[in-house]
Write a new protein. Structure first.
Length: 140
């Protein structure tokens, strides 16, 4: 199934996250988009919708952040700085994606992460003029 959503500003992103929250929970979500497109912001809004007591930050330098919830945790990966599939494996990434929880993966396209998965969701974020964003959501 495919969906397309457009936001005029950051406040509208909360509405989109709320609309798709149940579809995203306990799934693996591949977030794609240019630098500054809003991948981490999407995860932040999701975490706020699920459990409002976390400050979400980009895991660019830590590679992975984990946020506990009342149900399963949220894992947030940023593969931007990972250079090779071997380096990715050394982080424990492939073990983490087997854990129960909601798993967001930024820059998944670098390693074609979807080819390692049976079921996943992709969210492609496109920046437009005047701060608008377009979200292309595909559920596989």
């Amino acid at each position: 199934m495919s969906y397309t959503e457009t936001t005029n500003d950051i406040n509208e992103l909360s509405e989109i996250v709320e609309k798709y929250k149940d579809k995203l929970l306990d799934n693996i979500i591949l977030l794609n988009g240019e630098l500054g497109a809003g991948k981490t912001t999407f995860v932040k809004k999701f975490a706020e919708a699920v459990c409002s007591n976390y400050t979400v930050s980009s895991p660019t330098f830590t590679i992975m952040q984990k946020y506990e919830t009342t149900a399963n945790p949220i894992y947030h990966f940023d593969l931007y700085r990972i250079e090779s599939i071997d380096e990715l494996e050394m982080t424990g990434f492939f073990e983490y994606i087997e854990y129960p929880g909601t798993i967001f993966i930024e820059w998944a396209e670098k390693f074609d992460i979807g080819s390692f998965l049976d079921n996943f969701i992709t969210i492609n974020i496109k920046q437009m003029e005047n701060g608008k964003r377009k979200y292309f959501i595909e559920i596989f």
